[in-house]
Design a protein around this ligand. Structure first.
Ligand code: FES
Ligand SMILES: [Fe+2]
Length: 382
């Protein structure tokens, strides 16, 4: 596409080259604090999978500068609270994960005890006067939403409407048995980059030919720098192929292109033929569902220039337990791709700190980077 050409109707390409976000948005501590406040404390944040949190367990969570606990009771109900006692504010749980012997969370300081719904139950050793009511001193609650076997929490009250968060709609993964899947592998990396850099990299494939040679073998269109066929300069509405297909013979994102287990029953022919279904939930998570496995990739900012990246591979129990199942073969391609994206994100971060660089320019193909940046701008204004 030449600089002056105008995209076809129906093409996602931008008709101009807008400025990228200001460079200081990626490293300035004061701006980072603003993003924590306006983005990370206002939106639904991924907090792990339901199946990976055992019953009668308390798990610590650190999100957007808050010290929280996630609690699963004996019936499987999940709640989230600030990790703070209502007496004088002591931290309730200091271990990363605690199994509960009784249905109580007991403060280690003066032993105030709360039930697993957060209600204050007992205040031992103290005499209480008439101006103190236990029912006014339950744990500070945080909103929880379960979706497709994933736990999301939101620090805002009231929280935003969750149904609007998944970009393909809350029903996009209804044909996958999401709540039954087992986590076969979890990879956690700390990246030396701002969290937005990883999302920007996720939102374009101009880097694919140079950064992901193996992935481009499996998904040939990526080798042209496109995410979908309608990005091609010669695409017209008369050539309506918009999707992304795997190479002939390939059916999943594995090194060989072979699925690592049976197809999930219930997928439509279109879902199988597509090869991958991406669902994006800003600011924390994207999922990629294939015929044989699903992966969850999530981000958590640790500082202006530090981000935790977590990738989880989910399989049917029968696939994981099948004789000869090769976890390494199932995950190796994506592990490499995620490592390549992490390294590219760190490279981007190092370069944009030049005092000479104040903002980049987005090319027409970077329409989804632009859409993400517009989302960030709207969040910051809001
Ligand atoms: S601070 Fe928790 S019981 Fe005193
Ligand atoms: Fe990539």
């Amino acid at each position: 596409m030449s600089e002056l050409s105008t995209p076809q109707t129906g093409s996602p390409l931008l008709d101009r080259c807008p400025d990228s976000l200001p460079a200081h948005y990626y490293f300035d501590p004061a701006h980072h604090d603003l993003e924590l406040k306006r983005i990370w404390r206002r939106n639904w944040i991924y907090a792990g999978r339901v199946n990976d949190l055992p019953a009668m367990t308390v798990r610590r969570l650190a999100i957007a500068g808050e010290n929280l606990i996630l609690v699963k009771d004996g019936d499987g109900t999940i709640a989230c609270f600030h990790n703070t006692c209502r007496h004088r504010g002591a931290e309730l749980c200091s271990a990363a994960e605690t199994r509960l012997a009784a249905k109580l969370i007991v403060c280690p300081y003066h032993a105030w005890a709360y039930d697993l719904k957060g209600n204050l139950r007992s205040t031992p050793y103290v005499s209480v006067t008439g101006d103190f009511r236990k029912e006014d001193h339950g744990l500070f609650k945080v909103n929880v939403r379960l979706w497709n076997g994933l736990i999301f929490i939101c620090l805002a009250d009231p929280p935003p409407d969750f149904e609007r968060v998944p970009d393909l709609g809350a029903k996009a993964l209804d044909h996958w048995p999401m709540t039954e899947l087992m986590t076969g592998r979890t990879m956690v990396k700390e990246l030396a980059c701002n969290w937005k850099i990883f999302w920007e990299n996720y939102n374009e494939c101009l880097h694919c030919p140079g950064i992901h040679p193996e992935l481009c073998e499996v998904v040939p269109i990526y080798g042209k720098g496109y995410m979908a066929a309608n990005e091609a300069p010669d695409w017209t509405p008369a050539s309506p192929e918009r999707g992304t297909r795997l190479k002939p013979g390939a059916r999943s994102w594995t090194v060989s292109g072979e699925p690592c287990g049976p197809d999930f029953p219930g997928l439509s022919e279109e879902e199988k033929a597509r090869g991958q279904t991406f669902v994006t939930l800003y600011p924390t998570t994207y999922l990629v569902a294939h015929v044989d496995y699903v992966r969850v990739v999530s981000l958590r900012p640790l500082g202006p220039e530090r981000t935790e990246l977590r990738a989880e591979w989910l399989f049917a129990k029968a696939t994981l337990e099948a004789p000869g199942f090769d976890l390494q073969a199932a995950t190796a391609l994506v592990e490499r791709v995620v490592a390549e994206d992490g390294a590219a994100s760190e490279m981007n971060q190092r370069g944009l700190k030049s005092s000479a660089f104040t903002a980049g320019r987005l090319m027409p193909q970077e329409y989804d980077v632009f859409n993400f940046q517009q989302w960030v701008r709207r969040q910051l204004e809001g």
